[in-house]
Design a protein around this ligand. Structure first.
Ligand SMILES: Nc1ncnc2c1ncn2[C@@H]1O[C@H](COP(=O)(O)OP(=O)(O)O)[C@@H](O)[C@H]1O
Ligand SMILES: [Mg+2]
Length: 247
């Protein structure tokens, strides 16, 4: 019989330890996480709990101090920097709270940037970028620069840029953190559509209403997972854990 397929993400006993003088800070403290293909997983926790540290490792922007991280069958945690950036380009799309667009480039040029690194021929880049911008509802804003776009539109450009390489995994670290509630709704609806079309998504947020959109909620505290399951159950469990018991 064939071996069962490894999950898309398999992080095993991850530690991230920051040392300053005598002090050791365990930003991740023996954290294991598996995410299967097609899942939409929200990672929640208070500020400083280790969410961004985890996302940066899952996104191959950083390496754990100890532990193994497998992505789509590749052992990421022991890769050289060159291999890491190659893998990032092939398999991962990353969206940040602050959009991180290049101000001098227009929407289509911003979206083309990852294609330059992945050596897509110049003649194909424009069509791929236009396709990605159309997918996020910005087909009519192709030549606008970031300053000529609203926050929600800028985040859409950033999502198009993350999708244009056709990644296996979309990672979003507080993607709605800089947006008003109406724009947040629109971006979440877009993520729902992408998930429905089969994309695997891991989204970091500290807002319960945002996390509730996912199928699965992982709660991180002090660099460890303290709850994992359907959002409603995890939220109920957290409320119970944090509500002082009446005398
Ligand atoms: N580069 C770093 N050097 C030292 N400590 C760090 C560094 N990055 C994060 N930390 C610490 O690690 C912990 C987790 O940080 P982070 O992952 O950014 O949390 P979150 O995203 O949940 O707010 C915090 O205590 C933070 O101060
Ligand atoms: Mg963070």
């Amino acid at each position: 019989m064939a071996e069962p397929a490894r999950p898309l993400i398999s992080a095993e006993h991850l530690f991230k330890i920051y040392t300053s003088g005598e002090q050791e800070l365990f930003a991740l403290n023996d954290l294991s996480l598996q995410v299967v293909d097609g899942e939409f997983c929200a990672i929640m926790g208070t500020s400083g709990s280790g969410k961004s540290t985890l996302m940066n490792i899952l996104g191959a922007l950083d390496r754990p101090t100890r532990g193994d991280y497998w992505l789509d069958g590749e052992l990421v945690s022991s890769m050289s920097d060159a291999k890491l950036s190659n893998l990032r380009n092939r398999k991962i799309g990353f969206v940040f709270q602050s959009f991180n667009l290049l101000p001098r480039l227009n929407a289509v040029e911003n979206v083309e940037v990852p294609l330059v690194y992945s050596r897509v021929p110049a003649k194909d880049r424009r069509a791929r970028a236009i396709e990605a911008l159309t997918q996020v509802g910005l087909g009519d804003r192709l030549t606008h620069r970031p300053t000529q776009l609203s926050g929600g539109q800028q985040q859409r450009v950033a999502i198009a840029r993350a999708l244009v390489t056709r990644p296996r995994l979309l990672l979003a670290d507080e993607p709605t953190g800089a947006l008003d509630s109406e724009t947040t709704k629109q971006i979440l609806a877009l993520l729902d559509t992408l998930h429905d079309s089969g994309l695997t998504i891991a989204l970091v947020t500290h807002e319960a209403s945002v996390a509730a959109r996912a199928q699965r909620m992982v709660w991180v505290r002090d660099g460890q997972i303290v709850a994992d399951g359907p959002p409603a159950e995890v939220m109920a469990g957290r409320r119970a854990a944090e509500t002082p018991v009446a005398p």
